[in-house]
Design a binder for this molecule. Structure first.
Ligand SMILES: Cc1ncc(COP(=O)(O)O)c(C=O)c1O
Length: 349
């Protein structure tokens, strides 16, 4: 097995430090830190100066607390495991008026951030007045307020302007109560890169920008250095005659006499099927993928390719975000799929 995932920890660190020097970051480390690895991400981001972490999973929140007593941990999804939230000092979203009404007697001591629903319509309070009601009742420890934009990554969509205005107006109404928040956060990577910090915001709540992919294609690649390389080796070369096939159910059919390289990587290692519509790189040259199977990939090559040559699926020239732009799947979709159990993992310091 030669299929390999390399993570460039140095670049991960440098990017985190650069962004955290420009704005206070609440870093999103959900889903095993976009599948970079929660431990590695925590250590690197902490070293870079980030002290606030957000995840959707209570398990990950508890793991983070065991890594550091000092950091701030925010749970983006609601949990009714109130004892654990208290025990591990985990702040949590307050996702709706109905959640508040149902659990207001159980939420004592837990730090809460009011969530505004906006156009994402995943969870959150609908109206400023409902959030003000919670603040005025004064039963809970509300230290923050937040929302999540649904359209920030879509440069041409007018909805981002609408949701931003909704949010800023809502925030104005709530700030008029003179209630003081320690945390006001709304912006993901795209929103932050488009607008800088919005008024009164204490933190940018960032993920992908810190994991080596541009949230939208108009950004210069140098503003988000790539951090992962996925490669494998040619294990065998095969000459096929026109009409012959290779792989299960003739996965690849030779339209002409050709040479194919068999490589030991596949969708079982997490390479998205849609990625097979595009090229790989061998010795600096691009070659088309002929077929992608569970643990093998066939590439149409020429006589310059030899057994043992390195085949790149993702590197500095073949960036994950380039393939997102080509419709392969969201940046986080390809990253989340990479299989840490089957790929050889190498950390570049
Ligand atoms: C609630 C929330 N905030 C922030 C982020 C970070 O978004 P991005 O990776 O685009 O920066 C995510 C990611 O999905 C999210 O779900």
């Amino acid at each position: 097995m030669t299929a390999k995932l390399q993570i460039n920890r140095k670049r991960l660190y440098e990017q985190a430090q650069r962004i955290n020097n420009a704005t206070d970051v609440l870093v999103v480390v959900k889903n095993n830190a976009y599948n970079i690895g929660l431990d590695l991400a925590f250590e690197t981001f902490y070293e870079a100066g980030i002290r606030s972490f957000a995840t959707t999973s209570l398990n990950e929140a508890v793991r983070l607390r065991k890594m550091s007593k000092e950091i701030y941990i925010f749970l983006l999804n609601p949990s009714t495991n109130f004892g654990t939230l208290r025990e591990y000092n985990i702040a949590m979203t307050l996702p709706s008026l109905s959640f508040y009404e149902k659990y207001k007697n159980d939420l004592h001591e837990i730090e809460l951030h009011l969530e505004y629903k906006n156009l994402l319509r995943r969870s959150g309070f609908e109206h400023a007045e409902d959030m003000i009601k919670v603040l005025e009742e004064g039963l809970l420890r509300v230290t923050g307020i937040w929302t999540h934009f649904a359209y920030a990554d879509e440069i041409d969509s007018p909805e981002y302007g609408v949701e931003k205005q909704n949010w800023l107006k809502t925030l104005e109404k709530i700030r008029a109560t003179e209630y003081e928040f320690q945390f006001i956060h709304a912006q993901n990577s795209a929103s932050y890169m488009r607008d800088g910090s919005l008024p009164y915001h204490t933190h940018a709540r960032l993920g992908i920008l810190l994991y080596g992919s541009r949230p939208y294609n108009e950004l210069h690649p140098e503003s988000v250095p790539s951090v992962i390389t996925v490669s494998t080796n040619v294990i065998q070369l095969l000459d096929l005659k026109k009409g012959e096939s290779s792989g299960y159910s003739s996965a690849f059919k030779a339209e002409n006499d050709c040479r194919i390289a068999i490589c030991d990587i596949g969708y079982g290692d997490g390479v998205l099927r849609a990625r097979a519509k595009h090229d790989v790189m061998i010795n600096g040259k691009r070659y088309p993928i002929g077929a992608l199977m569970m643990s093998h990939m066939l590439i149409t090559v020429d006589h310059n390719v030899k057994a043992g040559d390195t085949v790149y699926l993702y590197n500095d020239s073949l960036r994950v975000d380039n393939y997102t732009h080509l419709g392969v799947g969201a940046n986080s979709e390809q990253m989340s799929a990479l299989n840490h159990n089957s790929l050889i993992k190498e950390i570049i310091e």
